[in-house]
Design a protein around this ligand. Structure first.
Ligand SMILES: NC(=O)c1ccc[n+]([C@@H]2O[C@H](COP(=O)([O-])OP(=O)(O)OC[C@H]3O[C@@H](n4cnc5c(N)ncnc54)[C@H](OP(=O)(O)O)[C@@H]3O)[C@@H](O)[C@H]2O)c1
Length: 265
């Protein structure tokens, strides 16, 4: 039942920072060969130097570019043969009310948080099916289960990623290919400073936070234990549980959280 990570080829998008970086370190520690991809090649090279040896391959990639995606897949296959695990982690948010957020930011979130994971999954599924094994791990968010105001469009991209993950899991049932969803709650990464704040502050909204290392460990443990859905943080587990039975109460809580944590500017 356990997925053996030793020697597996793991492609991680958004591995230059935060959760993706920590996940790469954790997979490497588990004996996997890691392909670390993002736009900041200098940061990837630093991580590759830190890890050392021949089980790491840093590759520059804008995940929203079809040409970049194809080139990363080709270079991975050339270096390591095939892709065993795809971690769709790269993500970005723009904070703001729906009427003020620029459509360009909405389109960028859809392209990165939703279209790129679907496109990469389509590209690796054939080789995984041929082998009868593999994993696609999508990094969603608690707000994909319970939206939060002023991150409405971002929440929508993560909710759509949840739908994609659930449907794909059913499509691949019995094939030997696992489809996993990991939904972090508030995590202490550069995510909030990288976000574009339009008319609401991009501040952390939870009292407690996971470190990226803790999330990376949870992702690798989910991979090894082949868990289909994992929701992180106490607040994250609580709000998704409340949402199932009392959706209006969940909305009321998130309305209060946003009012306090990311007021309109
Ligand atoms: N932090 C949280 O509280 C939190 C909570 C729930 C879910 N998440 C999700 O967790 C994932 C990781 O976020 P994080 O917290 O680790 O944020 P982060 O530190 O800002 O990392 C985001 C990563 O995505 C990469 N990226 C951004 N645009 C890209 C593009 N066009 N092409 C390729 N890579 C791109 C960035 O690298 P480059 O800039 O070098 O390209 C970076 O490596 C995201 O999907 C996020 O939505 C985060």
């Amino acid at each position: 039942m356990v997925y053996d990570l030793q020697g597996k080829v793991v492609l991680i998008t958004g591995a230059s920072s935060g959760i993706g970086r920590a996940t790469a370190i954790e997979f490497h520690r588990a004996g996997s060969r890691v392909v670390i991809a993002a736009r900041s090649k200098d940061k990837l090279d630093t991580l590759a130097d830190e890890l050392g040896g021949d089980r790491v391959l840093p590759l520059k990639m804008d995940a929203t570019s079809e040409a970049d995606r194809q080139s990363v897949l080709a270079m991975t296959r050339e270096a390591f043969g095939s892709i065993d695990v795809l971690v769709n982690n790269a993500g970005w948010a723009s904070f703001g009310t729906v009427q003020r957020i620029p459509m360009g930011n909405v389109e960028q979130m859809i392209a990165l948080n939703l279209v790129a994971p679907i496109a990469l999954a389509r590209d690796v599924i054939p080789e995984m099916l041929e082998r009868g094994s593999g994993q696609i791990i999508n990094i969603s968010s608690v707000v994909g289960f319970q939206a939060i105001p002023r991150m409405t469009a971002y929440s929508a991209t993560k909710a759509a990623l949840n739908g994609f993950t659930t449907g794909l899991r059913m499509e691949l049932k019995g094939s030997g290919v696992d489809v996993l969803l990991v939904a972090p709650g508030s995590t202490n990464t550069p995510f909030f400073t990288s976000a574009a704040a339009i008319d609401a502050t991009a501040t952390r909204v939870a009292e407690t936070q996971y470190t990226p290392e803790k999330v990376g460990w949870a992702i690798v443990t989910s991979s090894r234990k082949r868990r289909s859905e994992v929701i992180l943080t106490v607040e994250g587990k609580a709000i998704t549980w409340i949402r199932r039975g009392w959706p209006r109460l969940a909305d009321w809580i998130m309305y209060g959280v946003a009012k306090k944590g990311m007021p309109i500017s």
